[in-house]
Write a protein that binds this ligand. Structure first.
Ligand SMILES: N[C@@H](CCC(=O)N[C@@H](CS)C(=O)NCC(=O)O)C(=O)O
Length: 254
């Protein structure tokens, strides 16, 4: 590979990686990639390597990282089977890249373009309308600056609105056809559209919504529990991606 692809100070774990290399940490967007990679391990025997970043060290804002992802955020996936390596930023784009490049049997997507279109719609719906809003809500409800309560209230209402969109969809309130997953014919099929939203929504009971509001989301609650039972999901949430469990995976350039 071209020596100029990586900056000289790029950590060797990244520079010398072969195959797929994930740079991540234990956040909702990181967990999307962890879970799908773990699903692909269970189904295709996929192998990859991982580097962890402690966001507090701001390693993700350093020039070596910005050369790979000008957005300065995690996760990124680097596919070293290409020359030069192909870098994928944006967590949903990582899911789509893995679906196209690894998941050849469409186990977590669809060969059928109509069902794949459903998947894309729900993936984009969450990426554009769900996660940025929930991210802002989390920020303002934890922040005690002027305007914090007003902003928290505004984002909270929008989080609830988006959750209710998902509840309408899953419950079949207007179609008469309840479903178990976001995309696919009939009751749907577990796909990357579910992984994409689930990592954020799984904590819906602990983000300071009212009990009465949460009770009005029974189909969403069922969907959260259904996905939580998957072994790959359990692995993607935790230990293997925790810098305290695996300090040797932590990259730091100073
Ligand atoms: N739209 C991006 C958002 C990525 C993002 O916000 N990542 C957070 C962690 S979940 C991050 O890197 N925060 C550290 C920072 O902003 O410096 C994606 O979906 O990948």
């Amino acid at each position: 590979m071209s020596s100029s692809f990586y900056a000289p100070e790029t950590p060797s774990a990244v520079k010398n990686a072969k195959g797929l290399h994930l740079i991540t940490t234990l956040t909702p967007n990181g967990r999307k990639a962890h879970i799908y990679l773990e699903e692909l391990k269970d189904t295709y025997g996929l192998e990859w390597t991982t580097s962890l970043i402690d966001l507090d060290t701001a390693e993700q804002k350093k020039p070596w990282y910005l050369k790979l992802n000008p957005n300065g955020r995690i996760p990124i996936l680097i596919d070293n089977t290409h020359s030069p390596p192909h870098v994928v930023m944006e967590s949903s784009a990582i899911l789509l890249y893995l679906l196209a490049s690894i998941d050849k049997n469409h186990l977590f997507g669809f060969a059928d373009p109509i069902q794949q279109s459903q998947l894309t719609q729900w993936l984009i719906f969450w990426h554009a309308s769900g996660q940025p809003i929930q991210g802002q809500y989390n920020f303002y409800r934890r922040t005690r600056v002027d305007g914090g309560p007003y902003a928290a209230q505004r984002f909270r209402n929008e989080v609830l609105r988006v959750y209710n969109v998902l509840e309408i969809h899953l419950s079949g309130r207007y179609t008469g056809s309840p479903r178990e997953y976001l995309a696919g014919d009939g009751i749907g099929k577990y796909t990357i559209a579910d992984i994409n939203a689930w990592v954020w929504i799984r904590t819906f009971r602990s983000i300071e919504l009212g009990e009465d509001e949460v009770e009005k989301l029974p189909y969403l609650a069922g969907w959260v529990e259904r996905i939580a039972e998957r072994p790959a999901v359990g692995r993607g949430l935790g230990g293997d991606y925790d810098e305290e469990v695996h300090p040797e995976l932590l990259i730091r350039t100073d």
